[in-house]
Design a protein around this ligand. Structure first.
Ligand code: TYD
Length: 214
């Protein structure tokens, strides 16, 4: 039975999610919560191996269905080995990217369709969905310019059109799931963004953990 709170962070490449994840983890540690900070693709030995495969620029021949299934496979292992056990213990889990990344990158970016990508992921996550998702909204071109050209992985190296579709996907998801997805303007300073995130986080934790006491 799930007792913890599950939060995912989403946004285009270079939107500052990872910096915000570090800040959130520090805040929760300070407040005395047991907090697990993790990332996708990755988070377990098997999932990190899949990450190496799926992000390697060598494999330009990778079919987009293979890509979608690999992300889903990495996620299934991550959920089973890390996320679900942590939620069962009552921990707060913060995950840098989760199922929405697959929906927008593979569903919209690769044009596999939102429904098809959602279906394979439904199987992979076995009902384990985030309680809240922070969507860091930043023009994908600005995001891309923050990542040095030589260090871009297979997905980050995609063309502008791909990243525009990804962003369009995020905006549609935000409209479709307004009670779960919280859009945050990622154009401000790290502190400004963090204080907005912290406010929503506090509300969520209050609601979830206080409700468990009764
Ligand atoms: P990463 O270096 O972790 O990027 P970021 O710091 O922006 O999160 O690389 C992950 C890349 O994989 C990123 O370009 C998004 C992509 N991705 C998908 O296409 N589908 C997915 O399901 C996930 C989790 C990531």
């Amino acid at each position: 039975m799930k007792k913890g709170v599950f939060i995912s962070l989403e946004g285009p490449d270079g939107s500052g999610k990872s910096t915000q994840l570090t800040q959130m983890k520090m805040l929760l540690d300070k407040k005395g919560y047991n907090c697990v900070a993790t990332r996708e693709p990755g988070g377990t030995v098997i999932s990190e191996k899949i990450r190496g495969l799926v992000l390697d620029k060598e494999y330009s021949e990778m079919d987009c269905r293979t890509e979608a299934l690999l992300y889903a496979a990495a996620r299934a292992q991550h959920v089973a080995e890390v996320i679900k056990p942590a939620l069962e213990r009552g921990d707060v889990v913060i995950c840098d990217r989760f199922v929405d990344s697959s929906i927008v990158y593979q569903g919209y970016g690769r044009k596999l369709s939102r429904e098809k990508v959602a279906a394979i992921n439904e199987f992979a996550i076995a009902g384990c969905m985030p309680d809240m998702t922070f969507l860091f909204k930043l023009d994908p071109e600005i995001g891309k310019s923050r990542i040095e050209a030589g260090t871009r992985d297979r997905l980050e190296s995609e063309l502008t059109e791909f990243h525009s579709e990804v962003f369009r996907g995020y905006e549609e998801m935000e409209k479709l799931y307004p009670s779960r997805i919280v859009g945050i303007d990622a154009g401000g300073s790290v502190d400004e963004i963090h204080s907005k995130v912290a406010w929503h986080l506090e509300m969520l934790l209050k609601e979830k953990y206080d409700a468990c006491r009764y």
